[in-house]
Design a binder for this molecule. Structure first.
Ligand code: AMP
Ligand code: ZN
Ligand code: FE
Ligand code: FE
Length: 295
């Protein structure tokens, strides 16, 4: 009997996915997954809804989120797993991220208008109804208006890094992002390391040495865009740097067609023991933190 599979990296309509949190959990249960983490960008908004649905389906749920941070190597993504109810500091950090997104979205819409593409903020936010709004929603609004044929075209011509309407985001440093998650009591995970352009095993090795020194807990070894070779390399590097191992599809529903919950682009399977080992790792972190506090 297989013991079941898990997915610890997913996005809902709380950020730029297309399934509501409840729909996402429903699909995960139907796909036979045993555990799912919801990791929306810059928000904890979808977690309560997902958690309630997970209880109904008897599937394990891990509260998560995804933050982008700005490293010398470029943008990196950190997942927080086992996110508690937000502390005042986390609440403030999330509020700042959302406020920054709002201002950036306005600037990007003004730049689109300068290129002759008129889209209102209402059109964009109507596509989500939630708080974490960004470029994928703008791209969908552009498709709805008939300005472009596809989201890919919207990014290619207007929204992608370096394109006319692109505005970079001011991000936390990796050190700040890791500390924010650690102080919250969450497990921090470096997401999809090999999605990063120009990433090699040697560069990742050096990067992990830095991130581990700043307190990073784990590495996402299993991901949709990952070959068996990449997984092996990640497992080796996690072991070398004393990091835990995580895995998830980065499912976004219709926003990333071709990526299925728990299965990625098809063959990916993340066995339940990955979660069990990460939980054991988490318990050791907590015990260490408690010892540290009681000193
Ligand atoms: P934002 O957080 O507003 O900067 O938007 C980033 C999101 O846009 C990422 O999470 C990706 O899912 C999506 N994205 C980035 N580049 C592209 C692209 N070239 N085509 C489609 N989606 C993209
Ligand atoms: Zn996303
Ligand atoms: Fe990411
Ligand atoms: Fe993601």
């Amino acid at each position: 009997m297989p013991r079941g599979f898990i997915d610890l990296h997913t996005h809902s309509t709380a950020s730029d996915g297309t399934d509501t949190p409840a729909q996402l959990i429903h699909k995960a249960a139907r796909a036979g997954l045993r555990a799912v983490a919801l990791t929306d960008h810059d928000t904890l908004d979808g977690l309560a809804e997902a958690e309630a649905e997970a209880i109904r389906h008897g599937i394990r749920f891990i509260r998560g989120c995804e933050f982008a941070v700005n490293d010398d190597e470029g943008e990196l993504h950190l997942l927080g797993l086992w996110m508690p109810e937000p502390s005042p500091r986390m609440r403030e950090a999330l509020r700042e991220m959302q406020e920054h997104r709002r201002r950036r979205n306005e600037t990007m819409l003004a730049r689109l208008e300068a290129s002759g593409l008129v889209i209102t903020m209402e059109e964009v936010t109507a596509l989500t109804g939630r708080e974490s709004v960004g470029r994928p929603h703008m791209a969908r609004a552009m498709v709805a208006r008939g300005y472009v044929k596809s989201v890919a075209e919207a990014f290619g011509k207007y929204l992608g890094d370096g394109a006319p309407a692109f505005v970079p985001r001011a991000l936390l440093s990796p050190e700040e992002g890791i500390a924010l998650l650690r102080d919250e009591g969450a497990v921090s995970v470096l997401a999809h390391p090999f999605l990063h352009k120009d990433m090699s095993v040697r560069r990742l090795d050096a990067l992990l040495a830095r991130l581990a020194a700043w307190g990073l807990h784990a590495l996402e070894a299993y991901h949709s865009v990952r070959t068996a070779r990449h997984i092996r390399d990640c497992l080796d590097l996690a072991e070398k740097h004393g990091l835990g191992v995580s895995g998830g599809s980065d499912y976004h529903g219709g926003a990333k067609p071709g990526i299925t919950l728990g299965a990625g682009r098809g063959g990916m399977r993340i066995p339940l023991p990955v979660l069990e080992r990460l939980e054991a790792f988490r318990e050791r972190i907590i015990i260490k933190a408690v010892r540290h506090l009681s000193k």
